[in-house]
Ligand binder design. Structure first.
Ligand SMILES: [Zn+2]
Ligand SMILES: [Zn+2]
Length: 392
C-alpha cells in the first residue's frame, strides 16, 4: 500500500465535473469519446479516457499538469483508446534519441510519486503493450492498480511483457470484498470505492466520497462567552472544526457537528448497475449513461416498428441503458442530481447552439426526469458543473 498523499481540505465550491467526451460507440464532430474530469480543488482525476481526450483537455480549462489519477470503467476502446497519448502528454513521453545516445528516461526514478491508474484486468497489459511497441518512454513513473473480478486470475496480467521502465512495481491487484471494491483509494479528504456494473464486458462504477466537513458555525452563539472570559478569538478555529473549548470560568463551548461531504457516483456503460446500489445511496451527483432513446415525433429517424419497449430491449441486449432506466436508477439510490452521458452518435451534441439538437436532448432529459421525479441534465462536451456543499 502506498503512502496516501497529503491533501488539503477542498473548499465548499471547488468540486466540479468537466465532461470531455459524451459519445457512445462512434464519435462525431460534436461529441468526443468518453472521458470526464473530476476537479477536486486544484487536483484533477480523469474518469475514462477515450480517443482524443488529450485534445479535449487542451480545449477545456482542465490543466494537464494537475492530473493525479485516471480511473477506467472498462477496456472498450471508446473508454481507453486515449490513455496512451494522455500519459505521453502528462509524463514527458514524446520524442526519443538516436542509436548510441542514452535516453535518460530509461532510468526513471520509480520512487517519485507515480501517476495512478485504476481499471479492470487488461488495463495494465494494454498499457505495457502499447508503450512497448510504440517505443514510448516516460520521464516520470506511473502505476496501474487493477480491480479484479472473482473469475479473474489473482496474479497474472494478460501479458508476458515485463513492466515498462516507468511502471512502478507498487501496482496492486485488488480483489472484491463482499461483491465490491471498498476504499481502493483513501486519504484524509477523499476516498474512492468501486463496484461491478453490468455491461457486455467487465465494467466498473466508481463512488468518490469527500470526508465529513465542518458544520456551519454561527459566531453569535459563541462570541459573548469568548469575550466575557477574555479568551483569544483563535479558539473559533477549534469550534469551526467541530471541537470543544473549555473557557476560564468552566463554560464548555461545543462547535457544530461535522456534516457529510459530497458523494459523486460515476458509472461506466451499463444496462444494470444494481451491484453498486449499497455504495451509491444518497449520491449528490450521479452520472449515468443513456445510450439509446425512443423519441417518436422528435427524432425523425425513428422507425415505425419501434416502441419504448423494443428500444429498451435493444439497449439492454447491447449492454446499455435508456434515459428512463437512468432516471429509475437515480430515483432508486436517492441521487440528488442526475446527469446523463454516453449518447448515440444520432444525437448531436451542439444543443447549446442547434435548436434541432436541443429538441432531442430536451426530450431525452424529459424521459429520464419522468422516472426520476426531478430535472435531469444531458452532458455536452466541455460542459462543466459545480457541486457545492449541500446546506447544513
Ligand atoms: Zn462506451
Ligand atoms: Zn462499453
Amino acid at each position: 500500500m502506498q503512502e496516501p498523499s497529503k491533501r488539503l481540505p477542498i473548499s465548499s465550491s471547488s468540486i466540479g465535473v468537466t465532461f470531455l467526451g459524451t459519445a457512445s460507440a462512434m464519435p462525431s464532430s460534436t461529441r468526443n469519446h468518453s472521458a470526464l474530469a473530476l476537479r477536486l480543488g486544484s487536483d484533477v482525476w480523469i474518469f475514462d479516457c477515450g480517443e482524443a481526450t488529450q485534445h479535449q483537455i487542451q480545449k477545456s480549462s482542465v490543466k494537464m499538469g494537475k492530473i493525479e489519477k485516471v480511473f477506467i470503467t472498462h477496456t472498450h476502446g471508446d473508454h481507453i483508446f486515449g490513455l496512451l497519448p494522455l500519459l505521453a502528454g502528462c509524463l514527458n513521453g514524446a520524442g526519443g534519441t538516436a542509436e548510441g545516445v542514452d535516453d535518460p528516461r530509461t532510468q526513471v526514478n520509480l520512487k517519485e510519486p507515480p501517476l495512478e491508474i485504476y481499471g479492470p484486468l487488461g488495463t495494465r497489459a494494454y498499457l505495457r503493450n502499447g508503450l512497448k511497441f510504440t517505443h514510448t518512454l516516460f520521464g516520470r513513473p506511473f502505476v496501474v492498480h487493477e480491480l479484479r473480478f472473482p473469475n479473474d486470475p489473482e496474479t497474472q496480467d494478460y501479458t508476458e511483457l515485463p513492466p515498462h521502465p516507468a511502471e512502478s512495481p507498487a501496482g496492486r491487484n485488488i480483489p472484491q470484498i463482499d461483491g465490491v471494491w471498498p476504499e481502493i483509494y483513501k486519504d484524509d479528504v477523499l476516498s474512492v470505492s468501486a463496484a461491478p456494473i453490468l455491461h457486455s464486458v467487465p465494467c466498473v462504477g466508481y463512488v468518490i466520497i469527500e470526508a465529513p466537513v465542518p458544520g456551519k458555525i454561527d459566531p453569535r452563539k459563541y462570541i459573548p462567552d469568548i469575550k466575557r472570559t477574555k479568551t483569544p478569538m483563535s479558539v473559533m478555529r477549534t469550534l469551526q472544526e467541530g471541537g470543544s473549548v473549555e473557557l476560564s470560568d468552566g463554560t464548555v463551548l461545543q462547535g457544530p457537528p461535522r456534516r457529510n461531504g459530497r458523494k459523486v457516483v460515476i458509472l461506466g456503460d451499463t444496462y444494470d448497475p444494481s451491484p453498486i446500489v449499497p455504495l451509491a445511496l444518497e449520491a449528490d451527483l450521479l452520472i449515468h449513461e443513456a445510450t439509446n432513446a425512443h423519441l417518436p415525433g422528435v427524432d425523425l429517424a425513428t422507425k415505425d416498428v419501434d416502441s419504448f419497449e423494443t428500444v429498451q430491449e435493444r439497449a439492454i441486449s447491447r449492454g446499455h441503458s435508456t434515459p428512463q432506466m437512468a432516471g429509475a436508477f437515480a430515483k432508486r439510490i436517492g441521487a440528488k442530481r442526475l446527469i446523463l452521458n454516453h449518447f448515440s452518435s444520432r444525437y448531436p451534441g451542439d444543443d447549446d447552439v442547434n435548436p434541432f439538437a436541443k429538441k432531442i436532448m430536451d426530450a431525452i432529459a424529459n424521459l429520464a426526469a419522468a422516472e426520476y421525479g426531478d430535472t435531469v441534465l444531458c452532458a455536452r462536451d466541455l460542459m462543466s458543473v459545480e457541486l457545492a456543499l449541500p446546506p447544513q
